[in-house]
Design a protein around this ligand. Structure first.
Ligand code: ATP
Ligand code: MG
Length: 262
């Protein structure tokens, strides 16, 4: 794989792992991930799959700068992160990355709206009024407009997970990392959350990287990265639009990349 895979437009991936290894020290050291090379570009919908214990969550935490590799490097838009101070890393995380976990991790004593504005307050880039408005907009767009003043325990699991998505989007990050975002939901709520994540890519221009056990959901994503024993053992993409279709005179308007052969 070349260093620019996944980012044909700019040549710099949104996020890249170079030889990323994470070993937990101990009497018997545990290797969580081993020598992972990946490049993920703008506007990608990526599934991370693999058996339980294969290192999916570990990799996501490393990509999300929540954990540090023992060897190798995570780069965000070409920028190395290993040498960052804790403060710089926290700022990069807040501005660039949104997280959605299997269990929503909303703060129970805060309202839905306050949970969503929390990352905005941490980044401190907007006025309190603008934070509130943005929070209400985000919640409204996820069908939660009537629930903003409630506390998380007054919501269903699917609603809570949508609040978690709103929180992940609080600072409008280009990249959303999700660890089994539908893992604790019934099939209907699962589908709704999947469609929201997909639309973040299709119409919101975001990149979403989601760990999933759900093979049906993984199949519907644009790219599937498979892990086994902490190593990447597969990286397959849905074939995208052949570019030549875009330059056939008179065909440009009507060209439907999805239905093109090849
Ligand atoms: N804190 C820890 N101490 C010891 N071993 C750990 C620790 N965290 C993870 N591991 C081990 O590292 C490996 C990778 O764990 P990880 O949680 O990344 O797997 P996973 O693919 O996310 O699994 P699952 O699908 O069950 O969530 C596993 O073998 C796990 O037991
Ligand atoms: Mg996991």
């Amino acid at each position: 794989m070349s260093a620019t895979d996944g980012a044909p437009s700019t040549g710099t991936p949104l996020i890249a792992a170079r030889g990323v290894t994470r070993i937990l020290p101990g009497i018997v050291p545990t290797t969580l991930v081993h020598d992972v090379d990946l490049a993920i570009g703008e506007n990608e919908l990526v599934a991370i799959t693999g058996p339980s214990g294969s290192g999916k969550s570990s990799l996501l935490y490393l990509l999300g700068l929540l954990d540090l590799p023992t060897a190798g490097e995570v780069l965000i838009r070409g920028r190395a992160t290993a040498g960052m101070s804790e403060e710089e890393r926290a700022h990069t995380r807040l501005a660039t990355l949104g997280f959605v976990f299997q269990f929503h991790f909303l703060l129970p004593e805060f309202t839905v709206l306050d949970n969503v504005t929390l990352p905005m307050r941490a980044l401190d880039a907007l006025s309190p009024k603008a934070m509130r408005e943005r929070g209400l907009d985000l919640l409204g767009s996820l069908g939660l407009g009537d629930h903003t003043a409630k506390r998380p325990d007054q919501l269903s699991g699917g609603q809570r997970q949508r609040v978690a998505v709103a929180r992940a989007l609080a600072n409008d990050p280009p990249l959303v990392l999700a660890d089994e975002p539908t893992g604790s939901l019934d099939s209907q709520a699962s589908e709704q959350v999947f469609e929201i994540l997909r639309d973040l890519v299709r119409t919101g221009g975001k990149t979403v990287v989601a760990v999933t056990h759900d093979l049906d959901i993984a199949r519907r994503m644009d790219r599937r990265i498979a892990l086994m024993d902490g190593a990447v053992v597969g990286d397959e993409r849905v074939v995208v639009a052949p570019r030549r279709n875009m330059i056939i005179p008179g065909r440009t308007e009507g060209a439907n990349p999805e239905s093109s052969p090849g």
